[in-house]
Design a protein around this ligand. Sequence first.
Ligand SMILES: Cc1cc2nc3c(=O)[nH]c(=O)nc-3n(C[C@H](O)[C@H](O)[C@H](O)COP(=O)(O)O)c2cc1C
Length: 318
Amino acid sequence: MMDWTDRHCRYFHRLITRHALLYTEMVTTGALIHGDQPRHLDFNSEEHPVALQLGGSEPEDLATCARLAERWGYDEVNLNCGCPSERVQRGAFGACLMAEPQLVADCVKAMRDATRLPVTVKHRIGIDKIERYEFVRDFVGTVAAAGCEVFIVHARNAWLQGLSPKENREIPPLRYELVAQLKRDFPQLTIALNGGIKTPDQIAEQLALVDGVMVGREAYHEPWSMAQWDSRFFGAPDPATSREQVEDAWLAYLDRLHAAGTPWSHAMRHALGLWNGTPGSRRWRQIWSDHRLKTLAPREVARQATEARLGAVVRQAA
Ligand SMILES: Cc1cc2nc3c(=O)[nH]c(=O)nc-3n(C[C@H](O)[C@H](O)[C@H](O)COP(=O)(O)O)c2cc1C
């Protein structure tokens, strides 16, 4: 997710789930080919498994970027066919690519020819007022014929005119049944559902119908909601049994940034939801967001934040 799932955010999420596949922000082919590649592509080895999401519609450029993804050590390369923003439409990629399934197929083929990494596609169930199931079915069929085996389906339309990207994540109705239908029609493909999923029980309910679930906003805003994913969905131990454990490991990471002269607040903004839903979480968040404290060492801010959080707990109990 743009501005959200940068390498710091992904490192933080890895302290809570080792096994969920993490995705980068979308990076455009232009930014990668002409821009600062290490800035866009570097990541910590702890983040595996991690997928690079690309935005673009030129098969050759996408092939070049897929090669870069492999060289940098990513585990998957994903093509964005779901973003509705106008800036993206001007570049003729994102959700408007759903109107050109053959072009997407050409892109996928070029990427597959360029890398051994899995090439996957994230898309919507339709664009604008096209609500027929056949539209998304034919899109998936055409792209699958080019060798794509994994589709992540945001289960709502993208309305390309008149809605902001934020509204496009809220207003077009969710239609999970279309994603389940895709799985029935393409049993050999891996179909993952995305959109509006919040709880582990909702994930489990969808996993009875499809192969995977992608969680965006809830994972970001309520990171502790991922705490039992590994044990429940991957049959593996959960990496942390308490928020304190996560905070401790995260502080070690912030310390390393601070020692290297990188402002830790860039990373910390992604972790502000850690204590959400517990007494004192608001005070904890306020301390960590206080601009006046941003030059202090993270441990010092943590001390103040924890004191404020526990102070609030004591006051509540009194
Ligand atoms: C701030 C923000 C940035 C996003 N950036 C991307 C992106 O770069 N690529 C993408 O495929 N989807 C992006 N999305 C959409 C999410 O991946 C997801 O499809 C959408 O939020 C619905 O899932 P959710 O209800 O679990 O959040 C973004 C969403 C948000 C809130």
